[in-house]
Structure formats: C-alpha cells, structure tokens
Design a protein around this ligand. Structure first.
Ligand SMILES: O=C(CO)[C@H](O)[C@H](O)COP(=O)(O)O
Ligand SMILES: [Fe+2]
Length: 224
C-alpha cells in the first residue's frame, strides 16, 4: 500500500494546525527540520514538533537535516514524532541511534543524500524501519526531481528483498504527478510530496490522486 506524506515545508507556517487538517487523509505528515549547518536553510525545531503533535492526529514523520542527530533525534521522539529520520552523512553512530529511537517508541529511519550510496549500509538495514532515498539535494522544497536516483531506488528495493526485510522505502524531493509513477515502479512505497500537495487547489484530493497513481504503477511493475 502506497503511503503519501505531505511535507509541511510547502505549507503556510503561520497556520500549521490548519494545514495539517487540510491533508487529513494523509498517512503521515512530513516535517523537515533544517539547522542551517547540515543544509543551507533553517526551518523549525523541537518546540514546533511538540505543538504540531498535539494539534493533529496524523502521525509525524520528522526528517532531520541537522548536524549531531545523535544528540537531537531522541528529543523529537519525546516531542511526539512517530518516525524520526536522521542522515547517514551526519550520524556519528547510526546503529546506536536507530536503536535508541526504536527503544523510545518511534520508527527509526535513515536518509541518504543523492551522492551517498546505499551499499555500504546493507548490513545496517535490519536496524531500520525506513530508508529515505533523497531525490533532490536536501535543503529546499520545490526542486526538480533527480531522475538519476531511480537506479538507487531499484538497488535499495533489491537489497530489502534479498534480506526479506519489512523496511519501508521513502523518496523525498520533486515527487509529483509526473514523477511518482517512476518512483513506485522502481520500488518506493512511501512518497513525500510538498509542493505537489500544498501547491494544489485541493491538497486532500492531491494526496488521494498521488496515492492512486503510485498504487497503479506498483501493480503494473509487479505484474498484478
Ligand atoms: O526534505 C525536503 C527538502 O530537503 C522536502 O521534504 C522536499 O523537498 C519536499 O518538497 P517538494 O515535494 O516540493 O520537493
Ligand atoms: Fe524531507
């Protein structure tokens, strides 16, 4: 089942609770945390996640684009995030961090920037609930989807199957009506969409349309 996670990076930050309600049928709400060090942009932190978790029933999928995730990620679990993603490039001890996130009761997820290969992390995959393959350079919404990431999505799906894992495979960046089918065919099953959802006239309808497209593409690819 394809999951659609609207990114609030493209929402109106002055009306976050309402913007969360506008996508009630979404599986998760994707929250981009940027620290102006790991990426050249600054968004929000623990207090906003804490407030948002109290304001919506949709679980929060926190994507931490920050340095020192080993130090900060546990605080996002305590603030109410249901899933916490740290970047492989920033984590000092990814296995220990994933275990800590899980022990605190959230799903543990790791993200890879476009130039970071998945293969060195093969043995670590069983420690994770989700792997995020970035399909843009992290830092900003509204960027063009990087087609050159499709082979990495395919290779990651093969590794998941090789090890018989339940791990979700998320894509983030430039996911829209014109790119989501290629992602689903390549093996992604969790789709972050910022501008494609919040830029639409009816965000809830955009979520449903993207989900239907992803489901159909996945069925086509699996020959079912
Ligand atoms: O992590 C991100 C950027 O670093 C965002 O989640 C992503 O860019 C979503 O926005 P869009 O769908 O508009 O590309
Ligand atoms: Fe993100």
């Amino acid at each position: 089942m394809a999951q659609i996670n609207p990114s609030i990076l493209s929402a109106d930050f002055a009306r976050l609770a309402d913007e969360a309600k506008a996508v009630d049928g979404a599986d998760w709400l994707h929250v981009d945390v940027m620290d102006n060090h790991f990426v050249p942009n600054l968004t929000l932190g623990v207090p906003v996640v804490d407030a948002l978790a109290k304001a919506t029933d949709t679980p929060l999928d926190c994507h931490l684009m920050i340095e020192e995730p080993d130090r900060w990620a546990p605080q996002y679990v305590e603030a109410g995030a249901g899933s916490v993603t740290f970047h492989a490039e920033a984590a000092a001890a990814p296995v220990r961090l994933a275990r800590e996130i899980r022990a605190k009761g959230a799903r543990a997820s790791m993200a890879l920037k476009p130039a970071t290969p998945v293969e060195p992390y093969e043995d670590l995959l069983p420690e994770l609930d989700m792997l995020l393959v970035m399909t843009v350079e992290p830092g900003f919404g509204g960027q063009a989807f990087l087609d050159i990431m499709l082979p990495k999505i395919r290779r990651t799906r093969q590794l998941i199957e090789k090890h018989g894992l339940q791990l979700w495979l998320q894509v983030d960046g430039g996911v829209s009506a014109s790119t989501i089918e290629r992602c689903a065919e390549a093996g992604a099953d969790v789709f972050v969409a910022g501008s494609a959802v919040y830029g639409a006239e009816n965000p809830a309808a955009a979520v449903e349309a993207l989900r239907a497209q992803a489901e159909e593409a996945a069925h086509r690819a699996n020959g079912s």
